[in-house]
Design a binder for this molecule. Sequence first.
Ligand code: UGA
Length: 422
Amino acid sequence: MAHIGHDVLGVDTDPGKVAKLQSGEVPFFEPGIDDIVRDNLTSGRLRFTDSYVEAADFADVHFLTVGTPQSELGFGANLSYIDAAVDTLSPHLNRRALIVGKSTVPVGTAQRLARRMRSIAPAGDDVELAWNPEFLREGFAVRDTLHPDRIVVGVESSHEGRAAKTLAALYSPLSTDDDIPFLITSLATAELAKVAANAFLGTKISFINAISEVCEAASADVTMLAAAIGADKRIGREFLDAGLGFGGGCLPKDIRAFMTRADELGLGDVATFLQIVDNINIRQRSRVIDATREVCGSLDGARVAVLGVAFKPNSDDIRDSPALDVVGQLQLQGAIVSVFDPKAMDNARQVFPTPNYSLSALDACQGADVILILTEWDEFRALQPEELETVTGSKRVVDARNCLDPLCWRAAGWNYRGFGRP
Ligand code: UGA
């Protein structure tokens, strides 16, 4: 928002984060974000605070961007952060304001929050709510934000379309380059558009992973199959990479929250469908463990090098990382695990201190009985068999992201195991 010319005040309840951001330090890794934050701090269009009073006084439009993680009690979403943001901001809303939800929420949440805000805010009916879901991917956050595929704006039927007009004006600097569809919907449709998009992406990944099991059983190659079906425009090649499956702070918890909400709405069959998508995804982790055991003979005492623990490349995020889950299971089964990731080492070490954290990929592979590629960083794609042979004598690799060339590794005498490939 600051980059496209608006005056922005970022609010966080954590004064440590606010201080870091105010000094130009972004507390997570995301390509391109540091420069944007620093440039806009310098221009004066961006500031940070932990004061809701200041925020209410400053802004005409308030974006709610807090997390909605999986509840500790089950599969539903934990809405306590978004409830707290609304409850803390609303008493200070003394004049007309537009509140825009970006967080991913179960359908029906926005309607509830709108009622709640208006009952608390001194400005009452002058406070309006819109829901404007976020579709950016980690690792491409800047690009996806500045060049979105679509802008979805869910509005209340009252308030004469004011929210849609305000948001169209806010986003108008974006649409000069691209022809971006601007879809005005109800609050419920906007909430569902977000969870349905993530559920569809997860379904696509679980579909190709299910097919990869069939490929394995029938000696077919899922990567060629993905190219073949993905060439059909109706299907599309993206999100058909079979392997360890999906993780991160979004897809897994959104599918589970959607499942829970579908159940609450009495739609048991829909919930079962989503449950199967989740189950297939989780099963991929066992497939990698089984492949590793097969390649090594036994996991007990096996020295396993794990390359990649971030939930995907170009990210330091280890939330619901399938790779980290595999590391834990390997250790439980007696393996000695050395880990390397270009960006996620600190985050991984904090939540999971027991494996050996190495200084480089080659360091992690030192003396390994088997090498596992669990996140397809470019650095790992570029590894050459000759290079690794100098540190490991065993010549075994399990490529859980199908990111290496099997012919090249086998030609060099390696025991290569891919996913859904003969
Ligand atoms: C996802 C969506 O792609 C975004 O559109 C959405 O805005 C975001 O969640 C969100 O809800 O905030 P993200 O979590 O950054 O974005 O990650 P993805 O790029 O979707 O990847 C998710 C997982 O799927 C990763 O673990 C990745 O390794 C895995 N994946 C992806 C596969 O296993 N196979 C594929 O073919 C593609």
